[in-house]
Write a protein that binds this ligand. Structure first.
Ligand code: NAD
Length: 495
C-alpha cells in the first residue's frame, strides 16, 4: 500500500491540494505524493505554536527531559518504517539510514541528561549574581537534505529541552522521513509544541519573515544562509546558521598510513561525500605522496564501489538529487576537459546496470591546480528542471559529492595558508604519529572543529560551529543550547 504523508499542525494531520513527489536517487522512479503546506497551514501552525508556548515554557527541565526519552523510544519503535523512507528519499543504504536513526536517538538521550541550569556568575559578601536561561519562543527549523533526520532532530531536541516550541521544515528533496517522524510522535508532547510543514524556499522565507517565529535555526548552503540572515534582520529574530564547508585534511610526513588512509577514504566518501564536514581537500606531504595515493586508491576501489542494492553493506550511495548530481558531474567533466590526472573513477555515464539513478563512482584527482574548480570553487546552478521554481536553490557548492582532490605540500606555512580559506572554516583534520606536532598544526587551522588522526565526525557532546562563511553561531553540546535561550541575570543584594 502506498504510504501517505501529512503536514502536522496542532497534532492534526493535513493533506494539501498541492503535492510534489521526490525522485528516488537510486533508480529515478517517482516516489510518493507529499503535501505542500499552504499559507493557511503555515499561519495555523504559527498560531498553534504560540498558544502552546504559554504552558510549554512553564514546564520544568526535568519534565521536558523525560519527554525526550519518550521521543527516543518512539524512534526506536518505528525504526524500520522511518529508515525505509529515509533510504528511499536520500538513496542511502540500509546501514546509512539506520545511522540516521541511531544519531537521532542519541541526540534525544544526550539532552535528556544535559540541559541548561542556573549558574552563579559571581558571589561576594554583598551580592550574588545568578544567570538563568529562558526559552525564546517559537523556533523555525529549516533543514537540508544530506542527513534529513539527524539535522532536523538536533534542532528539535535543542528547542524542546530549552522550553521552546518548534516548527520543522525539511528539505523538499527529503520530506518523507521527517514528516512521518513528527506524525508518529503525536501524543508525546502537547499539541502545537512540535509541528512539521513541507515546502521549499518560499515557505522557508516566510518562516524567516514571520513575527510569530522568534528564532530560526538554519542548516544549508552559505548563499541561502545569507538570505536567511537578511530576512531575519527585519524582525530581529535570533538566528543560527550551520553552513557549507570545504574541509582540508593535512597529512604530515610521519603519519601512520595504515590508519590515515582508511580514515581519509571514509572522510571523503562516507555517504558519497555528502557530508558538510567531509574531507574535501587532502594535503599530503611530498615525501609520502606517491605511497599515500597508491594506498588511498586501493582503499577506495576496494571499499567504496557502487552497489545498486540498498541492502548491500555499503556506506557509499548515489548523489541525493538531480540538481546536485549535475553539479558534481560538471566538476568531473571540468577535470576531464582540463586534463587533470584522474586516478580512479571519473565516469559520468553508464555506471549502473540500468543506466538510471544519480550515481557517480568515487573519483580521485591527483594534484589538480589549487585554483581549479574542484579545489576552490562555489559554482552557480539552477534546479528548475527538477522542481518547481519555489524550490529553486540559487547557488550550490561543489562540496557535496564523491570527488576528492589529493594535493601535495612541503612547506608548513604554505600548506596552512592553502588550507585556511578566506570564505570557509567548518572543519579540518590533521594526521601525525606525534600528537604534540599534530596539535600544534591543528591550532593553526581556522575551522570550528579540528579532528586529529580521524576524519570529521561531529559528536553530540561537542559544540559544532563554522568560522567565516561556514556559519553564524553553532549547535550541539551544552553550549549549543545557549543559542535556544535568552540568558537573564538575577542580581541579589545581601544587605
Ligand atoms: P539549501 O541552502 O539549498 O537549502 C536548505 C534549506 O533552506 C531547505 O530546506 C530549503 O528549502 C530552504 N531554503 C531555500 N531557500 C530559502 C530561503 N530563501 N529562505 C529560507 N529557507 C530557504 O541547502 P541544501 O542543499 O539543502 O543543503 C546542503 C548544504 O548544507 C551543503 O552546502 C552542506 O555543506 C550544508 N550543510 C551544512 C551543515 C552544517 O552543520 N554546517 C550540515 C549539513 C549540510
Amino acid at each position: 500500500m502506498q504510504p501517505k504523508f501529512f503536514n502536522v499542525i496542532n497534532d492534526e494531520l493535513r493533506g494539501s491540494e498541492q503535492t510534489h513527489a521526490v525522485t528516488d536517487p537510486r533508480t529515478e522512479d517517482e516516489l510518493w505524493p507529499c503535501p505542500i503546506a499552504s499559507t493557511q497551514d503555515f499561519e495555523d501552525a504559527v498560531a498553534a505554536a504560540n498558544k502552546a508556548f504559554e504552558s510549554w515554557s512553564q514546564t520544568t527541565l526535568t519534565e521536558r527531559q523525560g519527554l525526550l526519552v519518550k521521543l527516543a523510544d518512539n524512534l526506536e519503535q518505528h525504526r524500520g518504517e522511518l529508515a525505509t523512507y529515509i533510504g528511499k528519499e536520500t538513496g542511502k543504504s540500509v546501514i546509512l539510514s539506520n545511522i540516521e536513526i541511531d544519531g537521532a536517538v542519541k541526540q534525544c538521550l544526550y539532552y535528556s541528561q544535559n540541559g541548561l541550569e542556573d549558574e552563579v556568575q559571581h558571589e561576594d559578601e554583598n551580592s550574588k549574581l545568578v544567570a538563568t536561561h529562558v526559552p525564546i519562543g517559537v523556533v523555525g527549523a529549516i533543514c537540508p537534505w544530506n542527513f534529513p533526520l539527524i539535522l532536523s532532530n538536533i534542532k528539535v531536541v535543542s528547542s524542546l529541552v530549552t522550553g521552546n516550541c518548534v516548527i520543522v521544515k525539511p528539505s523538499p528533496f527529503t520530506p518523507y522521513g521527517v514528516m512521518k517522524w513528527v506524525e508518529l510522535a503525536r501524543g508525546i508532547l502537547p499539541p502545537g509544541v512540535l509541528q512539521v510543514l513541507n515546502g521549499g524556499a518560499e515557505l522557508g522565507q516566510a518562516m524567516t519573515l514571520h513575527p510569530g517565529i522568534q528564532k530560526i535555526s538554519f542548516t544549508g548552503t552559505t548563499s541561502t544562509g545569507k538570505r536567511v540572515m537578511a530576512s531575519c534582520a527585519k524582525t530581529l529574530k535570533k538566528v543560527t546558521l550551520e553552513l557549507a564547508g570545504n574541509d582540508a585534511a593535512i597529512v604530515l610526513p610521519d603519519a601512520d598510513l595504515d590508519k590515515a588512509v582508511p580514515s581519509i577514504a571514509s572522510g571523503g566518501f562516507f555517504n558519497a561525500g555528502q557530508v558538510c564536514v567531509a574531507s574535501k581537500r587532502i594535503y599530503v606531504h611530498e615525501s609520502i605522496y606517491d605511497e599515500f595515493l597508491k594506498r588511498l586508491v586501493g582503499e577506495v576501489e576496494g571499499k567504496y564501489g557502487i552497489q545498486e542494492e540498498a541492502a548491500a553493506p555499503s556506506v557509499f550511495g548515489p548523489v541525493d538529487n538531480k540538481m546536485q548530481f549535475d553539479n558534481v558531474k560538471s566538476i568531473v567533466e571540468d577535470c576531464h576537459k582540463n586534463g587533470y590526472d584522474i586516478v580512479t573513477g571519473g565516469k559520468t555515464t553508464g555506471v549502473t546496470s540500468t543506466g538510471k539513478g544519480f550515481w557517480l563512482p568515487p573519483t580521485i584527482v591527483s594534484r589538480p591546480p589549487e585554483s581549479s574548480r574542484l579545489v576552490q570553487e562555489e559554482q552557480f546552478g539552477k534546479s528548475d528542471f527538477c522542481y518547481p521554481p519555489q524550490y529553486e536553490r540559487a547557488f550550490h557548492q561543489r562540496d557535496t559529492g564523491p570527488i576528492l582532490p589529493i594535493l601535495s605540500w612541503s612547506d608548513e606555512n604554505d600548506v596552512i595558508k592553502r588550507a585556511n580559506l578566506d570564505n570557509a572554516g567548518l572543519g579540518a583534520s590533521v594526521y601525525s604519529k606525534d600528537l604534540k606536532e599534530a596539535e600544534r598544526v591543528a591550532r593553526r587551522l581556522e575551522a570550528g572543529s579540528i579532528w586529529i588522526n580521524q576524519s570529521e565526525r561531529p559528536r553530540f557532546e561537542a559544540y559544532f560551529s563554522g568560522l567565516k562563511d561556514s556559519g553564524f553561531g553553532g549547535e550541539m553540546g551544552k553550549q549549543g543550547l545557549l543559542a535556544y535561550a535568552y540568558t537573564k541575570v538575577l542580581h541579589f543584594t545581601k544587605n
